[in-house]
Design a protein around this ligand. Structure first.
Ligand SMILES: O=C(O)CCC(=O)C(=O)O
Length: 273
């Protein structure tokens, strides 16, 4: 079991400055192995939008040859349940997105998915402070963070040059202007965007970033192999799932109380309950 990591003063400084942090060796090697084994079992013949249990294939790039995304992946087995309250990043999420010291203090995972990137795959440029949604906003005021959403992007493979790593524009979570190269650029890669950097990770590292930072994924140019990541998005306790997925009663029923509270911070209330 990993020990609980706390955000340091330097983490706060860099997260505020850049909008992201890299947590090295955040996942235990055995958990990385079990997650990769789970990825190996994803049905490769699953069509886009087809269901596999309470998970759904939904490739953001719309080209199944270049990747594979499985939404609501917390429903895909025990290793994914361990990620909900993983001690390497839980206290970071509480501090940055958990509405500390308010009447709605707590967290909720509003989206979670597995992503496989193959040759030619990428994730288009999106987000940023300019016209940013409150859901993904970066905010620090009166001594507390009030980020709308902070993501944990967990590397299950080494992600080096040509592997299709995540790209971020450091500081863009506070940007007051649209990036000139972003205009009309929806659904296009961000490889040549001025100011963007590619984040290189080793298997087991986690990229933690405010969703309000301009980000995306570089084009994978390496011909063979796969980039494998899991992304959990943490936000305010009163949110709803982004795409309308419902966590199943079976999943909620077998979780520890701490994990259940993150997937169901506000238990449903209705006559008779
Ligand atoms: O796949 C990536 O590296 C980037 C993912 C991304 O853009 C997102 O989570 O919003």
């Amino acid at each position: 079991m990993a020990t609980a990591r706390q955000p340091s003063d330097l983490d706060d400084y860099l997260f505020d400055l850049r909008g992201y942090l890299i947590l090295r060796d955040a996942l235990e090697p055995d958990l990385v192995r079990r997650l990769n084994e789970s990825f190996d079992r994803f049905p490769q013949d699953l069509d886009s939008w087809a269901w596999w249990g309470n998970t759904q294939r939904s490739d953001s790039e719309g080209d199944n040859a270049k990747g594979y995304e499985l939404q609501n992946v917390v429903e895909a087995g025990a290793p994914f349940e361990e990620l909900i309250d993983h001690p390497s990043w839980l206290d970071y999420m509480r501090r940055y997105a958990g509405e500390v010291d308010s009447y709605v203090e707590g967290l909720f995972i509003d989206e979670c998915f597995a992503s496989i990137r193959r040759s030619g795959g990428y994730f288009y440029l999106h987000s940023g402070g300019y016209h940013g949604a409150i859901r993904g906003q970066y905010r620090y005021a009166n001594g507390v963070f009030r980020c709308g959403q902070v993501n944990a992007l967990m590397a299950l493979t080494d992600i080096g040059p040509g592997d299709g790593g995540t790209m971020v524009i450091p500081g863009s979570h506070k940007s007051n202007f649209a990036h000139p190269q972003s205009i009309g650029r929806e659904a296009r890669p961000m490889d040549d965007v001025e100011g963007a950097i590619e984040v290189q990770l080793n298997a087991g590292d986690v990229l933690l970033f405010c969703d309000g930072i301009t980000h995306g994924g570089s084009s994978r140019t390496n011909p063979d192999g796969e980039r494998r990541v899991v992304i959990y998005r943490y936000g305010v306790s009163w949110a709803a799932t982004r795409h309308g997925y419902r966590y199943s009663p079976e999943l909620l029923g077998r979780l520890t109380p701490e994990r259940r509270r993150i997937l169901e911070p506000i238990p449903p209330r209705s006559p008779g309950h």
